[in-house]
Design a protein around this ligand. Structure first.
Ligand SMILES: [Zn+2]
Length: 332
């Protein structure tokens, strides 16, 4: 399933993300030499409709067409099948960012492939790992980490002042790589926006030119901890109109990274319906009643919470979740 190569495939730097299936054929790991041997690992298109990372890699590599890279780079271009049709994943596929070592997913060709890549990059003594994503709702650009050590937070802090620490969902690429190198996920706003490509290109450039990450905790960052994930049971319909079992508010899309206070209305319910949301913590326990109560056909927050990745896009909600709930653990 995995294609591994030491040369840049022809046409890669000019390709559209939808053409990668034709150019590469399958998920591809590309190793390029550089002056420092420990490679920077860059991961993109684990979700096929999140193209910012791929275009940032193109821009980065174009800057080094006539000069050596300051450090070796290994690039993994993930779900080319889904990218061909601009989907997060195909219906029959597992989510490419839930199947890395540490996953609860059953063994399959894709889990084997991710294990192979992690082993290859472990042996190559990876300097740092950067996985680049987009999200569906309105969010600031931010970096995520799965471990709170100084190198990892410094790597995240080079992207911006907002850093999110999470341990669930399991099986994400950054968590697997955190076992052997500093690893971050970049969330670069919505796919297709030019500022996301510019910001992530500059970031890749900066990390590529970093010799050593500082070993103190950075003081300038706002650090959030993802404490829960909100999902919608499949049996309930959802939408932004009153006919749905659960009606969602567009207004909350503007509230990502803002704190909602106790008593805030989170969603509306069809009167007399049994509809509800499900909140799970990092250990997958149901903690819905800690966060939500139902009053007068409305779902109301029982305590303060800060949202991230809230979206009203039904496909995104069904394939992943409605949002995450966070608490702030450091103010920069
Ligand atoms: Zn993603």
């Amino acid at each position: 399933m995995l294609h591994e190569t030491d040369t840049l495939p022809n046409g890669l730097l000019e390709a559209d993300a939808t053409e990668l299936k034709r150019i590469l054929g399958s998920p591809t790991l590309i190793h390029l030499p550089g002056e420092k041997r420990e490679p920077l690992f860059i991961c993109t298109l684990l979700h096929g409709n999140e193209t910012t990372g791929f275009y940032a890699i193109q821009r980065l590599l174009k800057q080094y067409q006539n000069k050596p890279l300051p450090r070796a780079v290994s690039i993994f271009i993930g779900n080319v099948d889904a990218a061909a049709v601009a989907q997060r994943r195909l219906d029959q596929q597992p989510d490419y960012n839930r199947i890395w070592p540490g996953t609860h997913h059953d063994d399959c060709a894709e889990t084997d492939m991710m294990k192979t890549i992690a082993n290859i990059m472990y042996k190559r003594k990876t300097f740092a790992s950067i996985d680049i994503h987009n999200n569906t709702g309105l969010n600031p650009h931010y970096a995520c980490v799965n471990i709170l050590n100084p190198h990892c937070i410094q790597l995240a802090g080079m992207f911006g002042t907002t850093v999110v620490y999470f341990t669930s969902p399991k099986g994400v690429q950054s968590a697997a790589f955190s076992d052997f190198c500093p690893a971050v996920v970049l969330e670069c706003g919505q796919s297709g926006q030019a500022d996301g490509v510019t910001h992530s290109t500059r970031y890749l450039q900066a990390v590529l030119n970093t010799d050593k990450l500082p070993s103190e905790h950075p003081s300038h960052i706002n650090l959030f901890h993802t404490v829960a994930r909100v999902t919608v049971p499949e049996i309930f319909s959802l939408g932004t109109d009153n006919n749905a079992d659960i009606h969602l508010s567009y207004d909350l899309e503007n509230m990502n990274f803002e704190q909602l206070g106790t008593g805030s209305i989170f969603a509306g319910l069809k009167p007399e319906s049994e509809a509800h949301l499900v909140v799970t913590n990092e250990s997958s326990e149901d903690i819905t009643s800690e966060f939500f109560e139902i009053a007068d056909s409305k779902i109301v927050l029982r305590k303060n919470a800060t949202l991230s990745m809230y979206t009203t896009n039904e496909r995104a909600i069904r394939q992943d979740c409605l949002c995450y709930l966070m608490e702030q653990i450091h103010v920069g």
